[in-house]
Design a protein around this ligand. Structure first.
Ligand SMILES: Nc1ncnc2c1ncn2[C@@H]1O[C@H](COP(=O)(O)OP(=O)(O)O)[C@@H](O)[C@H]1O
Ligand SMILES: [Mg+2]
Length: 182
C-alpha cells in the first residue's frame, strides 16, 4: 500500500469494525519540525493491552505468527521506513487512538495520496458515523465535521447525489485552499 490516505482508510475501517459512532482524523504537516503526523481517534470497543502490544510488536508482523490482521503492521512499516513512530492508545469500552509520525522530507516517506476521496468514501459509506477531520498545514487549517454540515443538508447525510457533491466540493475546496494536492 503506497499512499498514506489508503492506510488512513484501512485504520478507520478498524474503528468502524469496533462499532465507533465517532471517528476523528487529524493530519498535521509542520515543515519547521520536518514532521507529518496522522491521528485517528475513535470511541469504539477498544483493545485490551495484550492485543495492543501484539499489534505493535514488530515480531508479530506476518499472518503466520499472529492471529490478528496486517493493517496496523503495514502502517507501522510505512511509519518506520520514514524515521517515524506509531503509538496506539486504547481503553476497553472507551476507544482507541492511533498516532503515526513521519519525517516529512524522508525519501521513503509515502505520499499522502487523495485524502479528499478517502474522507468522502468514509463519510458517504458510513452515514451513521460522525466524522471530524482536521488538516493543519503549518499555520493554516482546514476542518470539517459531519455534525456541523448536517445542518446544511437538512439534518441527514443520505448519499443523494446532491449531498455527495456538496461534501466532495467542501472537502476539495478546503484542501485546495491549503495547497494539499490530490
Ligand atoms: N480502532 C480499533 N478498535 C478496536 N480494536 C481494534 C482497533 N484497531 C485494531 N483493532 C484490533 O486489532 C486487530 C488488528 O488490526 P489490523 O492490524 O488492522 O488487522 P485486521 O483489521 O485485519 O484484523 C483487529 O482485528 C482488532 O481486533
Ligand atoms: Mg484492519
Amino acid at each position: 500500500m503506497e499512499d498514506l490516505s489508503l492506510h488512513i482508510l484501512d485504520i478507520a475501517q478498524n474503528s468502524i469494525a469496533a462499532e465507533a459512532s465517532r471517528i476523528e482524523i487529524t493530519i498535521r504537516e509542520d515543515i519547521r519540525k520536518d514532521l507529518l503526523s496522522i491521528e485517528i481517534t475513535d470511541n469504539g470497543a477498544g483493545l485490551d493491552s495484550d492485543t495492543v502490544s501484539r499489534v505493535t510488536d514488530p515480531f508479530y508482523t506476518t499472518r503466520k505468527t499472529r492471529d490478528v490482521g496486517l493493517g496496523l503492521a503495514l502502517f507501522n512499516e510505512a511509519v518506520e521506513s520514514s524515521n517515524g513512530n506509531l503509538t496506539i492508545k486504547s481503553q476497553k469500552g472507551k476507544g482507541t487512538k492511533v498516532k503515526a509520525t513521519f519525517q516529512f522530507s524522508n525519501i521513503d516517506r509515502r505520499p499522502m495520496g487523495n485524502i479528499g476521496e478517502t474522507l468522502l468514501v468514509l463519510i458517504i459509506g458510513n452515514p451513521k458515523i460522525s466524522f471530524s477531520f482536521l488538516y493543519q498545514k503549518n499555520s493554516k487549517k482546514f476542518s470539517f465535521d459531519t455534525e456541523l454540515i448536517k445542518n446544511s443538508i437538512n439534518g441527514h447525510l443520505q448519499s443523494s447525489s446532491e449531498n455527495i457533491r456538496f461534501i466532495a466540493g467542501t472537502l476539495n475546496d478546503g484542501l485546495k485552499n491549503l495547497g494539499v494536492s490530490a
